[in-house]
Ligand binder design. Structure first.
Ligand code: FES
Length: 206
C-alpha cells in the first residue's frame, strides 16, 4: 500500500470505482430511457354511430264515405210528424238520435226547407243525453252545460267538447216524406268504429 500526498491508494481506487459505478447507472438510465420511450399511444375505441330513423305514421281523418262504411239505410222519421223546435227521438242502429226541424236552412239539412237535421243524442264530452233548446236551436248537455249548434252541423259553441256533435247523414224521399239515415259523419261518443259497434240491430224509428 502506497501513500500519495497523504491519500491512501486503496481508498482512491474505491472512490474511482464508486464514481464509475454511479456514472454507469446514470448512463444506463439514459440508455434505458431511450430504449423504452415513454410514448403513450392511446387507441381510440371504434365508435359506431347508429342513426335512429324516426317513423312517423300519420293517419288522415276519416272521410264521410269511410265513416259511412257498415251503416245501414234506415227510416228515422216522416216529415209530416216534425214540428219546428220539437225533436223526434229515434233509434238508429241501436243509437239514440234526434231528428229535428230547426226552422232555418241548416248544415246537412234535408226536407222542403233544408231544415231537418239529425244528431247523436250522446254528448261528445262524456256521453250524457242531450236536450234540444228551440230558442237557441242548440242541443244542450245538462251534465256540464255544453251546447252544439244544430243549424251549424253540430258545432260546439259552449263547453268542454273539442269536436262537433256526430251528425246523421240524412236522405229525404219527396214522394212519401220519409226521412232516412244512412250513417253518422263522425264517431259517436264511446266508439272507435260506430257502425261495427252498434249496440243492437236496427230497430227503426220510435
Ligand atoms: S257530458 Fe256533456 S259536457 Fe260533459
Amino acid at each position: 500500500m502506497s501513500k500519495d500526498k497523504g491519500v491512501d491508494s486503496n481508498r482512491r481506487a474505491i472512490i474511482i470505482g464508486g464514481a464509475a459505478a454511479v456514472a454507469g447507472i446514470a448512463a444506463g438510465i439514459v440508455i434505458g430511457g431511450n430504449a423504452f420511450p415513454r410514448t403513450i399511444t392511446q387507441v381510440q375505441p371504434e365508435v359506431t354511430t347508429v342513426k335512429q330513423v324516426e317513423t312517423v305514421t300519420q293517419t288522415a281523418p276519416p272521410t264521410t264515405s269511410q265513416v259511412s262504411v257498415g251503416f245501414v239505410r234506415q227510416k228515422v222519421a216522416n216529415y209530416s210528424q216534425l214540428q219546428v223546435g220539437t225533436p223526434v227521438t229515434a233509434n238508429y242502429m241501436g243509437y239514440t238520435v234526434y231528428i229535428v226541424r230547426t226552422g232555418v236552412p241548416s248544415v246537412g239539412g234535408v226536407g222542403p226547407n233544408g231544415d231537418v237535421v239529425g244528431f247523436s243524442a250522446y254528448c261528445a264530452h262524456m256521453g250524457y243525453i242531450l236536450e234540444y233548446d228551440p230558442n237557441t236551436r242548440c242541443l244542450l248537455c245538462p251534465q256540464h252545460f255544453s251546447q252544439y249548434d244544430a243549424t251549424a252541423g253540430g258545432m260546439q259553441v259552449v263547453g268542454h267538447p273539442n269536436q262537433f256533435l256526430p251528425q246523421l247523414i240524412l236522405e229525404y224521399d219527396e214522394s212519401t216524406g220519409d226521412i232516412y239515415a244512412v250513417g253518422f259523419n263522425r264517431l259517436v261518443y264511446g266508439t272507435y268504429n260506430t257502425a261495427a259497434q252498434a249496440p243492437s240491430p236496427s230497430t227503426g224509428e220510435n
